[in-house]
Design a protein around this ligand. Structure first.
Ligand SMILES: *Cc1c(COP(=O)(O)O)cnc(C)c1O
Length: 855
């Protein structure tokens, strides 16, 4: 028997406490500890039990407790202040960079498969989601008129627990959105918003939830509604849970459903940011909606791409979603028809080689083709991505592939522990929260007294150890351990010992087992009672990854041995809360991915902001942050890449133990007056001074604003003016280029005598270009100049514009430019031509180019 109607009953908050509900429904509390403490201090045990979810917490508080609180003047005063502060924060106007836009009228939408905002909203699995969460928080702090778009996973990502012999098991709680800081989103008319879309010929209905992340609204699509058949209801059950069929449906929901949802909500952001290829169908759906407004396919593509930003995260080809042709046909044949494309031409949008009928449809390729602003997430990853996707731009040398690099950052107010935050408040000023990308602010870290910084750090280490013991005890209880074993949990780890943290997904390339490869060395270091070291581990393996689970099992086995059981602990169920404890309480943050497979890595940045020193292979962000004098932390190797992984492991584990034994451990225990490790503390401060202003998400979001969001926004406005007049013009111009371009020619490339030149002496380069009737301003002629390597190729290059210096005669014009060799050596140059138009952002996007040919 099922009830006819279901409704929720919530406790009646006394009028004096009504504001608590307002605070509970904005995740601003996730980075404002005064607000969090308004909840936690009412009943800390219940707060923890409710997993820091304020809505569930308020619903669970007994009425008597509430009544008591309502009579507490001091509490009411604090509540009043917190609400005032929140309202003041929320009412500040949006950044003027996006004219006409506002919080309620956003300029930008950020799509992501996962968002990590707080452990009480478990719709994330790891780094990608945390990055998206930090992005929204910084966008909020920086007043950027942006909204987020994602999916509301009813079972979230799995929760990890271990069997007594260390095998990972997965648990999927059933979350109740009514008991979370989420509300049903409404249409402008005030009705509950929902979208309907076509998925493989069948209607799919999704309702829309919203979460408030400070000033930013995050919309989440939820297909668990009665109107859907069971397989559609399950679409938003689990993050990364299904097979390929479910994946394509989820991606259709996020991309196409997301764009439709914005329409239903009455929002019309001009710029979309696709965080990873999962949401690339959003680009397609925008294109279709522009066509519905009367644009040709070409014009619509121009508008969509000119106002889209795409961030790629996956440096392994297999990690990028690819769908086979027959699957694509089932979902997109009608769609292709609707936008007037033959199915084969449609498929080419997702193919590196558009003429290869055997290629699967790749979401990353689609996103690259539908965005003019593409980037990897660290300098090294930008480089790797250009190489990985160079076939999409096969006429261009790899260094000209238009994928930039914009290094990730982390949200300082979220990841800096309260104790360090108070130190920062005192010595850096409150500016570090509002303006963490300011160099001047962090320069002050230098003046924090050594003793004060060290005492704070030691307190955080002690707190981490308490937390680890508490979690270990809970783990053991759940496994049905005996009393004696439970007592062991209270004795593990030593609050004074050098503590090394290793926490991340157990993906193979992260090499969680590297430490185990020289067990003797490990045991010898652990056995040293005078200079004790200890390790804390955490991390989940993907449920289908038995290799990853075996790594966890091996690690647990080692943690259980008599030699290691006091010095090595594995904390179950890695999530944001575990991360917060670990990145603030360890001394060293260990990371040993196989270069160059870590696109960026952000947990190390969180550690850095808390004065925890890095010890990592030169991969991801550490490749650009590390200083060879070790003043900011240590490296494993010098950034070599190996073709034999076993040999690489062998070399790198030797280096790891060498540096640990001969540099890190001695320095940690080199205690001067007052027991302070002065050299260590110097490194902690120096890392804050140099890395603090750089590797934070305010800097990251500001960079996106400057280099992508504002230009994309302005492009949109320009192209859409007067009924998309400029877009139409650009599309027509493009067609013209496509037909005329093949007859462009470059000849007679020459310069003055270049047999001998001196450093810094200018050389003049000239070339004649056949324009085939095109106006000279539509053909951009460039010199391509740089040092030449042994094999005759360019080691690097500088591109400079050449200008026409004669009128067009018989179809030919002469162009002239200059170049200056900055140093002695062998240099070379060549000349190329690409199309140019005032509305065209990126001359590469047409795929047209001519290089001067040898004569
Ligand atoms: C920061 C974070 C990550 C990502 O860390 P990496 O260094 O990229 O591995 C993953 N999971 C959680 C819970 C995090 O807080």
């Amino acid at each position: 028997m099922q009830p006819l109607k279901v409704f929720s009953v919530v406790p009646r908050l006394p009028e004096e406490l009504e504001d608590l509900r307002e605070l509970a429904y904005n995740l601003w509390f996730a980075w404002n500890s005064e607000i969090e403490s308004l909840f936690s201090q009412i009943d800390l045990a219940l707060w923890r039990q409710m997993e820091k979810n304020p809505v569930r917490f308020l619903n669970k508080l007994p009425q008597t407790k509430l009544a008591e609180l309502a009579r507490d003047d001091f509490y009411r005063q604090r509540l009043r202040e917190a609400v005032q502060k929140t309202r003041a924060y929320l009412s500040r106007p949006s950044s003027p960079l996006f004219k006409d836009a506002a919080r309620t009228h956003p300029a930008l939408v950020y799509f992501s498969f996962e968002f990590g905002i707080s452990s009480c909203l478990p719709i994330y699995s790891g780094g990608l989601g945390i990055l998206a969460g930090d992005h929204l928080k910084s966008a909020s702090d920086l007043n950027i008129p942006l909204v987020g778009m994602g999916l509301a996973y009813k079972e979230g990502y799995f929760r990890q627990y271990l069997t007594p012999d260390g095998w990972q098991q997965e648990r999927y709680p059933d979350y109740d959105f009514e008991q979370m800081p989420l509300r049903r989103a409404l249409t402008p008319e005030g009705a509950p918003a929902q979208v309907t879309l076509d998925v493989g010929g069948r209607p799919l209905v999704a309702r829309i939830w919203q979460a408030e992340i400070g000033r930013v609204t995050l919309y989440l699509l939820d297909t668990n509604v009665a109107a859907n058949p069971p397989e559609f209801r399950a679409l938003t059950a689990r993050l990364y849970g299904g097979d390929l069929e479910m994946r394509i449906q989820q991606e259709i929901l996020l991309g196409i459903g997301g764009i439709k949802a914005l329409e239903v909500l009455g929002l019309s952001p001009k710029v979309i940011h696709m965080n990873e290829g999962h949401s690339a169908f959003a680009g397609l759906e925008r294109l279709r909606s522009f066509m519905q407004q009367g644009l040709s396919f070409e014009a619509a593509q121009e508008v969509a791409a000119s106002s889209s930003v795409f961030t790629t995260h996956t440096p392994v080809p297999a990690g990028n979603d690819r769908f086979p042709m027959d699957m694509m046909r089932r979902y997109f044949e009608g769609y292709a028809n609707e936008i007037g494309l033959a199915f084969k031409v449609f498929m080419a949008l997702g193919r590196e080689n558009p003429f290869n009928d055997n290629e699967d449809f790749c979401m990353t390729v689609l996103a690259l083709k539908l965005s003019r602003f593409c980037n990897g997430v660290s300098k090294l990853h930008g480089h790797v991505s250009r190489d990985m996707w160079k076939r999409v731009w096969n006429q261009f040398p790899v260094e000209d592939v238009p994928i930039g690099a914009l290094t990730n950052g982390v949200h300082a107010p979220t990841w800096v522990a309260d104790d360090i935050g108070l130190l920062n408040d005192r010595y850096l000023g409150p500016n570090w929260r509002e303006d963490p990308d300011c160099t001047r602010t962090w320069a002050q870290a230098d003046v924090i007294p050594d003793a004060e910084l060290w005492r704070t750090h030691e307190r955080l280490r002690a707190r981490l150890i308490d937390f680890a013991r508490y979690r270990l005890r809970r783990q053991l209880e759940a496994q049905g351990a005996r009393n004696k074993e439970l007592q062991h949990a209270d004795e593990v780890l030593n609050p004074e010992a050098l503590t090394i943290g290793f926490a991340r997904r157990f993906a193979t390339y992260k090499r969680a087992n590297l430490l185990l490869k020289e067990k003797d060395k490990l045991l010898r270091l652990i056995a040293d009672k005078k200079k004790p070291i200890q390790f804390i581990f955490a991390g989940k393996a993907h449920p289908a990854d038995n290799g990853g689970k075996q790594l966890i099992k091996d690690l647990i086995a080692l943690c259980r041995t008599a030699e290691c059981r006091f010095n090595m602990v594995f904390i179950e169920d890695y999530d944001m809360e575990v991360a917060q404890h670990m990145v603030s309480g360890c001394d060293v943050w260990l990371n040993n991915p196989r270069r160059p497979l870590e696109a960026c890595g952000t947990s190390g940045m969180k550690a850095m902001l808390n004065g925890v020193l890095q010890f990592s292979t030169l991969d991801g962000w550490w490749d650009e942050a590390y200083k060879p004098d070790n003043s900011l932390g240590w490296a494993i190797g010098k950034g070599e890449e190996y073709s034999d992984p076993d040999y690489q492991d062998f070399v790198e584990i030797q280096t790891l133990y060498n540096v640990l034994e001969h540099e890190i451990i001695p320095e940690f225990y080199d205690r001067g007056h007052g027991g302070l490790p002065r050299a260590w503390i110097r490194r902690m401060k120096q890392a804050l001074v140099e890395h603090g202003p750089v590797f934070n998400s305010h800097r990251m979001v500001s960079d996106y604003v400057r280099t992508a969001y504002v230009p994309a926004y302005e492009n949109y406005l320009r192209l859409s003016e007067n009924g998309f007049a400029a877009a139409g013009e650009l599309a027509a111009w493009r067609m013209d280029m496509m037909t005329k371009w093949s007859s462009i020619e470059i000849r007679n490339v020459r310069t003055a005598d270049t047999t001998r030149l001196f450093v810094s002496e200018k050389i003049v380069i000239e070339a004649e270009v056949h324009l085939n009737g095109l106006p000279p301003e539509h053909v951009l002629v460039e010199s391509y100049f740089g040092p030449v390597q042994q094999d005759g190729s360019f080691a690097s290059r500088e591109v400079a514009t050449m200008h026409p210096v004669t009128a067009v005669r018989d179809g030919w014009a002469t162009y002239r430019g200059e170049a200056t060799p900055p140093e002695a050596g062998r240099f070379g140059f060549t000349v190329r031509a690409v199309p140019s138009h005032p509305h065209l952002l990126d001359p590469h996007s047409l795929g047209l180019i001519h290089w001067a040919q040898p004569e």
